[in-house]
Design a protein around this ligand. Structure first.
Ligand code: PLP
Length: 388
């Protein structure tokens, strides 16, 4: 077991930056007021929450009042999808009951839609091409008079492919249909301007952009109304529950840092990713997945013929390197990836998949370490596989 630690799984979660932790600490200590209390320590907390709302809004280029704080990216997705569906259904007395999504969404979106299907909503699924991209015209062809909402992610968590969100949103706007995008993976990595994208609802999550786990936000375009999923008076009746002040403050600080460093980080991450891809492709029987152009700068998804990605993850972990194979289920085994299946990857390539995602703090030394270990690890696993 190596004592060197290399973290290259920033799409799974990210470390909390010291500046973020520092901003949060007072709100976990002496500044414990409830932001809904009228007296001074409550109002101090209210001020901190509202400041964080402004900071978060700046990252998304929206108004502060269009930000609703939630407990995570998943909750933001659920509030957008279930909240929009329920409201449209109620107001149309059941006439509006159709939603559209893509075949490569995160489970947070998939599960929300499966729940709606069980409640008599209808869900259409648009496929993707071999690079994991949705064709906007395919979305148009699925729209119907009963359609309430289209939900297509901004960037995919496994392969990093960026969707033509502005084009799809324009089609939805033309037809009077709401458009939601899960931007949990793109926020803080690429420009996220809700006005330019023309979207109605955007989900983000703190722990993917160097803020803590357990905090998220939903952008709700002014004028868009949702039925609350957690009822209560907080967040202007849109999300009940006393605000998680410390984490919200952390999210705000992380958004400020992400915005000010966006271009520099994207350039640096792209440089590291290119080095990773070049190195991986020197290994025989390797291929890179995801869109060659429209892809998150930090995400490298490779597949090695004849091995199991999960075994490679274990082998690298023994050397102190953290990467990921695919969506791990609760037993620790790896489910076949619905994303790779939708992209038409054959099962041989699907099982040998490895996601390497760089982020804040990643260095050339991290890349060197992984590239030094990979060829022999792949060869060893292939030999073991051939012998069994
Ligand atoms: N959406 C995407 C694309 C994600 O990658 C994730 C987390 O991996 C989520 C949603 C869920 O975010 P959270 O972990 O904050 O619930």
């Amino acid at each position: 077991m190596s004592d060197r630690f290399v973290y290259l799984d920033h799409n799974a979660t990210t470390p909390v930056r010291p500046e973020v932790l520092e901003a949060m600490l007072p709100w976990l200590g002496t500044k414990f007021g409830n932001p809904n209390s009228a007296y001074r320590i409550g109002q101090e907390a209210r001020f901190a929450v509202e400041q964080a709302r402004e900071q978060t809004a700046r990252l998304l280029h929206c108004k502060p009042e269009e930000i609703v704080f939630t407990s995570c990216g998943s909750e933001s997705d659920v509030l957008a999808i279930v909240g929009a569906a329920q409201r449209a259904y109620d107001r149309s007395q059941g006439a509006k009951r159709h939603l559209i999504t893509s075949a490569i969404e995160h489970d947070a979106v998939r599960e929300a839609l499966t729940g709606l299907q069980k409640r008599s909503f209808e869900v259409s699924i648009v496929g993707v091409d071999a690079h994991g991209r949705v064709n906007p015209e395919a979305v148009r062809s699925l729209l119907k008079p009963e359609t309430i909402l289209v939900s297509i992610m901004h960037a995919n968590n496994e392969v990093g492919t960026i969707q033509p969100v502005a084009e799809i949103a324009a089609i939805c706007r033309e037809k009077g249909v709401l458009f939601h995008t899960d931007a949990v993976q793109s926020a803080g990595k690429i420009d996220l301007d809700v006005g330019k994208l023309g979207v109605d609802l955007v989900a983000i999550s703190g722990h993917k952009l160097n803020a803590p786990k357990g905090v998220g936000a939903l952008y709700v375009r002014q004028g868009v109304k949702l039925s609350a999923v957690i009822t209560g008076h907080q967040e202007k009746n849109r999300r009940g529950g006393t605000e998680n002040v410390a984490s919200i403050v952390g999210l705000g600080r992380a958004c400020v840092l992400a915005l000010s460093e966006l271009d520099a980080h994207a350039r640096e991450q792209l440089r590291l990713r290119r080095r990773l891809e070049e190195g991986c492709l020197k290994i025989p029987g390797a291929r890179v997945n995801g869109h060659p152009e429209y892809r998150l700068p930090n995400t490298c998804h490779v597949a090695f013929d004849g091995i199991e990605g999960f075994q490679l993850v274990v082998a690298l972990d023994l050397e102190g390197v953290c990467v990921s194979a695919g969506p791990a289920c609760s037993t620790g085994a790896v489910d076949p990836s619905h994303v790779l299946a939708a992209m038409g990857c054959t099962s041989n390539w699907c099982v040998g998949a490895l996601r390497i995602s760089v982020g804040w703090g990643s260095t050339d030394a991290d890349v060197d370490r992984l590239l030094a270990l990979l060829p022999s690890a792949v060869e060893r696993l292939r030999k073991v596989g051939a012998a069994t």
